[in-house]
Design a protein. Sequence first.
Length: 439
Amino acid sequence: MLAAMSTADLRSSPEAPSASRERGDACPGTLRLHAADDGALARIRIPGGVLTVRQAVALAEAATRLGDGDLHLTSRGNVQVRGLGEGCGGELAALLDAAGLLPSPTHERVRNVVASPLSGCDGRGLLDARPWLSALDAALCASEEARALSGRFLFALDDGRGDVAGLDADVTLRATADGGAELALGSAGEALIVPAGEAARAASAAAETFLERMRAGGTNVWRVDELALGNDELLGAVERRLTAWGIGHERRARNTGRTQGPPPGVVGEALSAHVPLGRLSALQWRELTSVASGELRLTPWRGVVLPTPAITAARAAESLARLAAAGLVTDPDSPWLRIGACVGRPGCGKSRADVRADATETLDAAGPGGLPLYWSGCERRCGHPRGDRIDVVAAPEGGYRLSTAVAGQEPRTTSIDHPSQLAAGLAAITHEPHDDREQ
């Protein structure tokens, strides 16, 4: 039986409250593992999600030899290896270092960079963001100051199409039509325009300014929007640093992003596939690496883009068929594009339900249209997407609580006693027609 209920808005505000973090940042990395209920967890930063085939093979070897055999994609285009045994940290680090996935042991957790995954592949961007990516990663690893950044601090490099510009990054670079780069901080409404050739250096300067202002205020925060500092004051401090570094700049109103990932299928000179719930088996990973033409790009939407220059239509169709046969999503109308979930039980001790299993069993009820659904085992909603959605949160008393999270609207909520009631619950909060015979 469905029971309507009133609850607080479950959305994350883009303006996080200013507060000093009382504890240190415990975000896991390659060298700092996290103890989960299914074993230790390593989070490997993959700047821009870009992997060579050799690096992808090394990741698969790490998961198979040391972990649970699967690779878990995150909402930042990084990779998690779960189920790691006790005492295997050194072996994991050595394996990844040999593959070039650990260029700086002191900076490995701060290399959080997302980038437009189709950049240079479909002709839609204003420039190829890859030079920015390489330059920013090198600048971060070379900066002693950057070592102090939280493992949650995020950079976004947008080639002008607007796809990653709306991912709530702390420092965003976006190519402009006049050949420059827009540098934005957190959710600030104004940005600085800098020369495209200085974009990576300017982003590094912005991150160092954040750390400087944080220390000056005597606080310990992880994200730009947590600073007890007005946006204009922080932007002014960045301007002064840019001037000191000899980087020209001017203020402008900021562009907004649309946070939309590549559709599955053939996109320009690339193949795109979605990974259901972000979990890749060894078989699926092998298929991806065998189809890839030298490189894979993991997306913040838990997908994979395979650049395929000069591929024939017949070869593209054959490759997509292989990926689909392995269980990857290549159909742009698949309901999987609407569904996400945290790890849930048994991997997380805080989860109240096996949310991945429940999401899978109710896939048909969710359907391909409407708002995205994100299943969470508790109110933390780890890994939830940005933008409008429906939160499906396991309730303490059992069942799930459904709540709309739509910008500018009051949330609509309801409760369901069992996942099989999902279709009726969605109808109740979205005012869509529902036929009980479909249960």
